[in-house]
Design a protein. Structure first.
Lengths: 277, 264, 362
């Protein structure tokens, strides 16, 4: 048997699953975004820009897209700020201590998003530990659940491990001797950070931000469970349109829109990377 | 290295951030032993009533067994399909290899909400919704890219001189594969299997589109439960899920060392 | 020990060429190895020596040409039927098998009876003095021990040819000296034909009956170690094997050679034109200049000492003469001649040690 024939044989099963479970469904999704729902509830196989046109003129959907992108950006930046110190600390530690901390960082990744979201509900509910603590301090009591605040807090934590791992991968370029050199040349710790550490870690920051933004835009479990039906984001709307309203053409259109946002994020990332080189 | 000594404020900050990162996972443990009727922290008294309630909840138990069987079947199929594919990718010469590899791992790049919807629409016309076959197939779409990637890396970093040595010693191609390549790949297979099992066992978004009253998995049942009422029953189930995950990781750790598997 | 001329030819490469894609790694190669002899393929990295070895093993197919073993054409024979014993640079021991199973692997592939497998594998391990480590896994062995397992694994199948790919390059210097002797002893005991790839001239010269010096996929010279060292066929061989002084010189139309501003004599036949004159540093005698022209038919060059470097076993004198720098090496003695920098010195060497090559502009 020639090498090419053998390759075809060995790759046939994975190619079949990839085609039926990935390529066809995604192409079908793109096609469906140009179909429409008939009066009887079925899908009419006609070519129409109706979904796209409706989406781009309806203020509800425009706001939805706008909100999703802004909230995702804000969450990404917050995640970066809270992850950076951990990543830097991990990068500087060594031996078993470092291994232990790395395992701690990875362990939430291996825990279901449902479980972690549930944990946040327990922390943030009205009589929960956080609200009680704030009340004990005599401060005005905020409502943290079933609104965007809770989603923000929960999602930031859920994305942290990804950001930390991406940052650490980028910190590979950070040789401790470079820092030492900067210090011996008379730089203060603050200037060493802003002039040496931060510029060297920018590629890691860019990668982490791309990853977290993409995950935030498409996040579903946390907004759905912590938003209490009051937080509308792209992903939750796709699910509602597909399962509740059964408007598959509209759900498809929103999905393709998510992919377009992804493409834009990737493009921005490549521009940033080119600048950094 | 004096200047790398972390200052105290920095240590306190890192500790606080770690607390934030781990709080939700840590908290489910005490909550699962709550004696309260509703979710409250700290609980007013302790009991194991929610574990008892969990083991009497046939819906949850059924979902748990569905998840275990599903994850086991998906893992076995993933390895059986990905090992030959990874071998072909790393040992054979053919055109378009990079394109194919990117295509086969592309499902990882797609948001699960989009992939879930896309699969839902296609499976609806095949009558695969709320069936075990449908779930297995959908999970394979996401586990195969992980398996292929882990196994391809393992195969390409393997010392190929060992295979050459076996051939010069008189082993035919199939013998080389089964007596040298496959045994040497064992740590990679264990890692890939653990990863596939965890991904399948934890998968919720895609599964949410494909399950129904007839068949459901544990994460989906938990999601539905939390969506309706967030009482400590979920904490008990969460603790069991975390323990199962830990158990799998420890098996992998035994087989090869955690560092090598997950920290790459 | 050179093999006598009447020895039977065992391995023959006939008009072999190898291309990787558009790159022609080996343009055309002919080589003939006699039964029971050990031949080194020596050259810098990228010279095609490893490619040649892998081709004999069957791991690479030649684009054209024939490989013959004992007169039989094996060019198209699959690897597993070739009956070659190969020792790899990385040893390539099977990490999941213990030492004994590693050694038995080749025998199992050959459908040898169980008893024979037991006995022959034990003997092979005894031969390399590893009988007591049979149950160890490769990673529990030192580099030298792994090397010996690899050797036992290749020899136990009694292959028609033993192929060694830089087998000593991963060992430290002391162990390397030891293993050189051991590999050579094993090869001679079993009388097996062996091809040994190395970039280390010491290994090639000290272990092998004959040496092939390769460059850019071509054979520069094929000869006994003494021939290679004493009568290098090209300037490349002279430079690659041993140390040399290289002087720019010319041969006049009258056939007279001059370099470093002095007339010189050489035994080789000379063609007019620019030439490279090569002299090995330790073949030059050095003494304080007495201002008299030396008698005899040796080459004599007057110069000034410009540097003395003490290396331990050797001392190097650097002498400027006629615009050139000539290095002279002497074994160190307790009483060193009282020569200093700036002293006038006289260098003498025999015309037999004067190697002359057409200038190849490199």
């Amino acid at each position: 048997m020639r090498s090419g024939e053998l390759a075809v044989l060995l790759l046939l099963p994975i190619a079949m699953i990839n085609t039926i479970g990935f390529i066809l469904p995604v192409l079908n999704l793109a096609r469906l975004s140009f179909n429409k729902v008939s009066l009887g509830g079925g899908i009419e196989n006609v070519f129409t820009w109706e979904n796209w046109f409706g989406l781009l003129t309806d203020s509800f959907y425009l706001e939805l897209v706008f909100n999703s992108v802004w909230i995702s950006l804000a969450i990404t930046l917050t995640t970066l700020v809270v992850s950076y110190p951990i990543a830097l600390y991990l990068h500087r530690s060594s031996g078993p201590w470092r291994t232990f901390l790395t395992v701690l960082v990875i362990s939430p990744l291996l825990t279901s998003a449902v479980v972690r979201t549930y944990g946040w509900i327990a922390i943030l509910i009205d009589d929960g530990p956080v609200v009680s603590a704030i009340r004990a301090l005599g401060l005005p009591v905020p409502s943290l659940m079933f609104n965007i605040k809770g989603v923000f807090i929960g999602l930031t934590e859920i994305l942290m491990p990804y950001m930390i791992l991406a940052l650490m991968a980028g910190f590979g370029r950070l040789d401790p001797r470079v820092e030492e050199a900067a210090r011996t040349l008379g730089a203060t710790p603050a200037r060493t950070f802003s002039k040496v550490i931060l510029p060297l870690t920018l590629p890691g920051i860019a990668l982490g931000c791309l990853l977290c933004f993409v995950l935030a835009v498409s996040s579903f479990i946390t907004p759905k469970l912590m938003g209490g039906g009051r937080v509308f984001l792209l992903a939750t709307e796709i699910y509602d349109q597909a399962i509740v309203t059964l408007n598959w053409p509209l759900a498809s259109t929103l999905s393709i829109l998510v992919l377009i946002v992804f493409g834009a994020a990737l493009w921005a990332y490549s521009v940033v990377l080119r600048r950094l080189d | 290295m004096e200047i790398h000594k972390t200052s105290w404020p920095m240590r306190v900050l890192v500790f606080a951030l770690f607390l934030y990162l781990l709080a939700p996972v840590i908290l489910v443990f005490p909550i699962s032993f709550s004696g309260d009727q509703v979710l409250r922290f700290p609980p007013t008294f302790w009991s194991t009533r929610w574990y008892a309630a969990l083991f009497q909840n046939t819906k949850m138990l059924n979902a748990f067994w569905t998840s275990v069987v599903l994850a086991a079947v998906v893992t076995a199929l993933s390895i059986a399909i990905a090992v030959p594919a990874a071998w072909a990718m790393t040992r054979l010469k053919f055109a378009g290899k990079d394109v194919l590899f990117n295509l086969f791992t592309a499902p990882l790049l797609l948001p699960t909400i989009v992939l879930g919807l896309a699969i839902l629409i296609v499976f609806a016309s095949f009558g695969l919704l709320a069936t075990m076959q449908g779930l297995v197939f959908a999970h394979l779409v996401v586990t195969l890219p992980y398996a292929l990637r882990v196994l391809a890396v393992a195969l390409s970093t393997q010392d190929q001189a060992c295979e050459e040595a076996a051939r010069t010693l008189g082993a035919k191609p199939l013998t080389v594969f089964f007596r040298v390549t496959l045994p040497m790949l064992m740590p990679g297979i264990v890692a890939a299997a653990a990863l596939c099992f965890l991904v399948s066992f934890d998968e919720v978004v895609i599964t949410l589109f494909l399950t129904g009253p007839r068949i459901s998995t544990l994460p989906v049942e938990l999601y539905n439960y939390v969506y309706n009422q967030a009482d400590p029953l979920v904490a008990a189930a969460s603790v069991l899920m975390i323990l199962l995950t830990l158990g799998i990781i420890m098996i992998v750790e035994r087989a090869m060392g955690l560092g090598k598997t997950f920290v790459k | 020990m050179p093999v006598s001329q009447s020895a039977e030819e065992h391995l023959k490469l006939d008009g072999i060429s190898v291309s990787f894609g558009a790159v022609n790694v080996i343009p055309s190669l002919d080589l003939s190895v006699c039964k029971g002899e050990m031949v080194a393929l020596l050259g810098p990295s990228g010279c095609g020596k490893t490619t040649t070895l892998r081709m004999i093993a069957g791991l690479i197919s030649p684009s054209s040409g024939r490989i013959l073993v004992g007169g039989r054409n094996i060019t198209r024979l699959p690897i597993h039927d070739r009956d070659m014993g190969m020792v790899f640079q990385s040893y390539a021991l099977f990490p999941h098998m213990d030492v004994l199973r590693n050694v038995q692997f080749g025998l199992q592939m050959r459908n040898v009876s169980k008893q024979d497998i037991e006995q022959r594998s034990k003997e092979a391990l005894e031969l390399v003095q590893l009988g007591q480590l049979a149950q160890r896994k490769p990673k529990e062995l030192s580099g030298g021990q792994q090397q010996r397992v690899a050797l036992a694994r290749a020899l136990v199948i009694q292959p028609s040819i033993l192929l060694l790919d830089e087998p000593l390059s991963n060992l430290d210097a002391k162990l390397r000296d030891e293993m050189r002797l051991q590999i050579r002893a094993l090869q001679q005991q079993s009388g097996i034909t062996a091809v040994f790839v190395t970039h280390d001239q010491v290994e090639a010269l000290s272990m092998c009956d004959r040496v092939v010096v390769m460059r850019n996929g071509r054979i520069e010279q094929f000869g006994t170690p003494t021939e290679i060292y004493e009568r290098p066929a090209t300037a490349f061989v002279a430079n690659f094997v041993g140390r040399t002084n290289r002087l720019k010189g010319t041969v006049g139309s009258d056939g007279r050679l001059s370099a470093a501003g002095q007339p010189l004599r050489a035994t080789a036949k000379l063609l007019p034109g620019p030439v490279d004159v090569l002299v090995r540093p330790h073949r030059i005698a050095l003494k304080p200049s007495n201002g008299l022209a030396a008698a005899g038919d040796g080459n004599v060059v007057e110069g000034t000492m410009s540097g003395i470097i003490f290396i331990g076993d050797l001392v190097q004198y650097i002498v400027r003469a006629g615009g050139a720098e000539i290095v002279v090496e002497e074994a160190t003695r307790r009483e060193r001649p009282s020569l200093g920098v700036g002293d006038k010195v006289q260098l003498t060497w025999s015309p037999d040690d004067t190697l002359v090559y057409p200038d190849d502009d490199k």
